[in-house]
Design a protein around this ligand. Structure first.
Ligand SMILES: [Zn+2]
Length: 162
C-alpha cells in the first residue's frame, strides 16, 4: 500500500471518537510495499487494535476491540482475512463498532483474525503459523486478492454500506 503519515492515519478512523483517534499508538517501521493493509495492536492498550485499509483513492481506519483469549474446545481456528490456520492462542476475535446509525445504537461486528493482525506477512510466508496448513494451490497474487476481498467485505459491513 502507499505510505501514510501519522496525520493521514489518525484522520482515517471512522468508528471511534476523535479523542481515541488522537491517542492511538501508531505502528513504526512499516514495510509499506509488502503490506496490503495496516493492522496492529496498541502496545500501550493491548485490548485495542486498529486496521487501516486502502479504500479507493483514500484509506479507511477501524478501531477494534480484541477479545480475551478464547476458552473453546476447538484447538485451531482460521483467520477470517488471510485464511491462515492458527492455534487458538494465535487467533483473536476482533470487534468493531459499526460506523452508522446501528453503531450508535451499540451494534458491533466481529471476526476472528490473526492475533497480531500481520496477515500480509503470513500470506507472503514472512511469518509462519505453528500449526499445519491445508494444502492450497493459489498463487501469492490470488491469496492476496482473496484476503483483500475479505477485508473489504468486513470494512463495508462496518461502514454499513452493505
Ligand atoms: Zn490473518
Amino acid at each position: 500500500m502507499q505510505p501514510l503519515d501519522a496525520d493521514a492515519i489518525r484522520a482515517s478512523f471512522v468508528n471511534c471518537s476523535r479523542g481515541e483517534a488522537k491517542s492511538v499508538t501508531l505502528p513504526t517501521d512499516v514495510p509499506w510495499p509488502t503490506r496490503d493493509f495496516l493492522g496492529w495492536r496498541d502496545p500501550k492498550a493491548p485490548g485495542r487494535a486498529y486496521l487501516v485499509v486502502p479504500w479507493g483513492p483514500s484509506v479507511v481506519g477501524l478501531s477494534l476491540r480484541a477479545a480475551p483469549p478464547a476458552t473453546s474446545r476447538l484447538r485451531s481456528n482460521m483467520c477470517g482475512f488471510c485464511s491462515t490456520t492458527h492455534s487458538l492462542s494465535d487467533v483473536t476475535l476482533f470487534t468493531g463498532r459499526r460506523a452508522g446509525k446501528s453503531g450508535r445504537e451499540g451494534n458491533t461486528l466481529g471476526t476472528y483474525v490473526c492475533a497480531n493482525l500481520a496477515c500480509s506477512a503470513y500470506v507472503r510466508g514472512e511469518l509462519k503459523s505453528n500449526v499445519p496448513q491445508p494444502v492450497e494451490t493459489l498463487s501469492l497474487e490470488e491469496r492476496v486478492a482473496r484476503m483483500e476481498d475479505k477485508v473489504r467485505r468486513f470494512v463495508e459491513r462496518i461502514l454499513e454500506t452493505r
